[in-house]
Ligand binder design. Structure first.
Ligand SMILES: [Zn+2]
Length: 417
């Protein structure tokens, strides 16, 4: 949703409130748009007023529950889910929210049980199937993803999205079980037996090179890094860092096929994923708020050399920013692996990078800049609202931050230094 649409939606809900001042639903909807637009304090006030008025309809209860979830209020969401389930049937969307909340509080086994229930109840809904399968792959449960997609495709025979996902997952699933492990400090590598020794060497050389440059830059040396190499990973990217398990999954086929302009992109992708690992080193298994995604991704781009590699790809950044930067909710939504829109995904990464780049420039020295941005990331990951965290870490009002990164972004996009 573009910023303009957001404002229009807010105006609609405000009007609905004027017509019926006791409408809990209008208040909730307004709260949801405010939260997604980083107006957290206003959103919270509306939310508590809506609760005061009492929630009676099913729609009100679901909206309240999703709003709590958006707020990062794990406990409140759990309560709202329980309340909902007292008098309503356990529909797939509600169970999915419950699974996400359970995952966020770090109970992986319990979350997997819930995902099974979501899959069974929500199999009629291709979007839910897609999301559940993605979560399964993220949790390294490829067999579950494979089984679910196979089952779902019998119902959704014309879904190319599910068929593509099944193809990727199947390639990885079929080779599972035939793996070897080798130790090349600090890397502990699990790879498919079909991986050629040459490919293995090339991947490890590159990881080692990126490791050294990150270690220098960040003054830490993680002692054990788990890499998993599959020809097909089940994802459409060359590499993937899993913040729950702390390992990096690498696609051998991307690397094999990397030549010409794609080389820089694949190398950058390894560097980027390794940067995540350095940032979250020793802090993985902590689930975090989606609101920190832009900082996490922007920082990984910053640490892996910025977005220069995009110049080698057939992309037109100027035209993708022609209608201005993404609104905060849209930015986060398009980074999120579960819901992102492909065409906006690159734009979201570029924008996140320049927002982080702006903050790095704002901080005094290189070392301080790194400490500050990690402090900001930690706070937002723990659901401190960005508008508060920016003031606390940078002593900058949120409106100034907005103005600042916007002008930094537009000057960089137009080639300014
Ligand atoms: Zn990333």
């Amino acid at each position: 949703m573009a910023r303009g649409n957001f404002k229009a939606a807010q105006r609609d809900y405000e009007l609905a409130l004027k017509i019926d001042g006791r409408s809990a639903l209008a208040r909730l909807n307004l709260a949801a748009t405010m939260l997604q637009d980083q107006q957290v304090e206003k959103g919270k006030a509306l939310l508590s007023k809506a609760f005061e008025l009492g929630l009676s309809t099913r729609e009100e209860k679901i909206t309240a529950l999703l709003t709590r979830f958006l707020l990062g209020d794990v406990e409140g969401t759990e309560k709202a889910v329980a309340l909902y389930l007292e008098s309503n049937p356990p529909v797939a969307t509600i169970l999915f929210v419950r699974a996400m909340v359970t995952l966020r509080s770090g109970h992986i086994d319990q979350a997997v049980e819930l995902l099974r229930a979501v899959a069974d109840k929500g199999i009629q809904n291709a979007a839910i199937v897609f999301q559940v399968a993605n979560l399964y792959v993220a949790l390294n449960r490829v067999a579950d993803a494979h089984e679910l997609l196979g089952r779902a495709l019998k119902l959704h025979t014309r879904s190319t999205k599910l068929a593509d996902q099944l193809r990727m997952v199947a390639a990885r699933f079929l080779s599972a079980g035939q793996t070897k492990t080798l130790l090349r400090e600090p890397f502990e590598v699990t790879y498919e037996v079909s991986t050629s020794p040459d490919l293995l060497d090339r991947i490890l050389d590159q990881c080692k090179r990126h490791y050294e440059s990150l270690a220098n830059r960040m003054s830490i040396r993680p002692t054990r890094i788990v890499l998993k190499i599959f020809d097909s990973t089940g994802f459409t990217s060359p590499a993937y860092y899993n913040n729950l398990t702390g390992d990096i999954t690498i696609s051998g086929s991307f690397f094999r096929q990397a030549q010409g302009h794609i080389d820089g992109f694949v190398s950058h992708a390894f560097n980027h994923e390794l940067a995540h690992l350095f940032v979250w080193n020793a802090k993985n298994q902590t689930t975090r708020s989606v609101n920190c995604l832009w900082i996490d991704e922007g920082l990984a781009e910053f640490l892996s050399g910025g977005v220069d590699y995009l110049r080698d790809l057939p992309l037109d950044l100027a035209s993708s920013f022609a209608d201005g930067p993404l609104a905060m909710s849209d930015l986060i939504g398009n980074i999120n692996m579960l819901w992102h829109d492909k065409t906006k995904n690159v734009k979201a990464y570029v924008q996140s990078y320049y927002m982080v780049d702006y903050l790095m420039e704002k901080a005094a020295s290189g070392r301080t800049a790194l400490v500050k941005i990690q402090d900001l990331l930690d706070r937002v990951a723990r659901d401190v609202p960005l508008e508060q965290a920016i003031v606390a870490v940078y002593g900058m009002a949120y409106v100034d931050f907005e103005k600042g990164w916007r002008s930094h972004l537009s000057s960089r996009l137009s080639g300014g230094e």
